[in-house]
Design a protein around this ligand. Sequence first.
Ligand SMILES: [Zn+2]
Length: 548
Amino acid sequence: MKFNKTFLSVLGLFAGLSLYAQQEVSRPKLVVGVVVDQMRWDYLYRYQDRYSSGGFNRMLNEGFSNENTYIPYLPTYTAIGHSTIYTGSVPAIHGIAGNDFIIQATGKEMYCTQDDAVNGIGTTGKAGKMSPKNLLTSTVTDQLKLATNFRSKVFGVSLKDRGGILPAGHFADAAFWFEGESGNWISSSFYMNELPKWLQKFNDKKVAEKYLDKWNTLYPIETYVQSEKDGNPYRENYKGLTKSQFPYDLKALKKDNGLGLIRSTPFGNSLTKDIAIEIIDNENLGQNQAGVTDFLAVSFSSTDYVGHQFTPNTIEAEDTYLRLDKDLEELFNHLDKKVGKGNYLVFLTADHGGAHNPKYFQDKKGNAGYFPTGEVKKALNAKLKEEFKLDDIVRSLTNYQVHLNYQTIEQNKLDEEDIKDEIVKFMRKVDGVSFVADMDKIGEASIPAIIKERMINGYNKKRSGAINYILEPQWYGGKQNSGGTTHGTWGSYDAHIPFVLMGWGIKHGQNNNRVYMTDIAPTISALLHIEEPNGNIGQPVQEVINQK
Ligand SMILES: [Zn+2]
């Protein structure tokens, strides 16, 4: 039988159309990545009885929780966490070696998202000179752009520049972040030439100013049984206060603290939720062609500011999580309405956890301590001067790494190996230090394998100090008996994070196997049927993928 050409091509067209219809790739309309800055894994349960059914508990009750998710590198800081979550990679490869790091070749300090070649948009200040330039690998958001021929829309947003920029990746439509001085949301010329009209309108509403009124507890203060009593001494005070106690008159505090004050209150998260909803609505996220997934990366940073200032066991921290829970509920309800329940995929995780205040821990009779970084550096340089007759051989103790002054070493033809041996010997004897390693010789160091691997993963030769030191559990760098807290170490309180997924393609369940932060990006990539980020070292979590 012979067919004419037209008949064949019509047949081909039908075949093509039906093929197209049958093989359309199955993807959610929208992915919402939620990073809660400084959220320890145990906060999912610590306050669970008071979470609503629509926020954290909705994620746990409807979604799938990886209960043993750990950070596989050191140090555990914000910029690294956001980079690793979205790249599946580690500082050794993705290059974000700290919030700040030191370019070893020049000794120049670099902020993670610093980019002097771009200009602020919506600001003339330095806060706008930011881009993802220092991030050396692609993100899962970049891969989504590549996979859909740039038809997917990608947005990143956070109070912190690094919390919005690094997750959004290099190909994002935009990242937005908050400028404390003006109270405005801004961006940079890396993304655009002017702020979208809807954002200009939002900024004109002065929402941050309106939130800064009064901070009282959401529930009667005596019901905050998970926290030390109000007014405990382990916190840092807001500027202008000598004692911290509810209720806080934020309107009055604004005078001394500026609009940036909102960061250190739960209302910074509410403001972030507001802007996330604005982006969803005004950029029509989740309304793309079938198979073309959009991506919104949201990072809630106020939990970190409040955590640093008030520490975990406080009413301020508890109230901040109870309020964030309500913000999440509102965000999820909005997504149900706009994108449709089951049409979007949410994952929630954290960039790191947080320690208890060392003085608090000591008062409870636990082992804890403050590592006097500045004094140790001074003593170390004095010791090196004795041996090598030169000042300032050590440039800095940053990110729990000893950074050498290579200019001095080279100009004076000193033996770098001798210097490093001397430093290792010295640092081993310092109070609070567990381990020290010359990173070129870490293979020989007698350090437990799990810590050693995290040191290697975190060590970027061009941007990290040549010698790493590990402190004892519940120790961190800080002034003796100082209030507040921080993070950065390998301990579970800093390195154990939530990783919960909900929505499209996710069935309810729980996984108790050990997974890592580096597994998040490949898991999302697998769910979306897109290539993994180009520096990825993680694995898709099988328990999540097999849910489908
Ligand atoms: Zn922090």
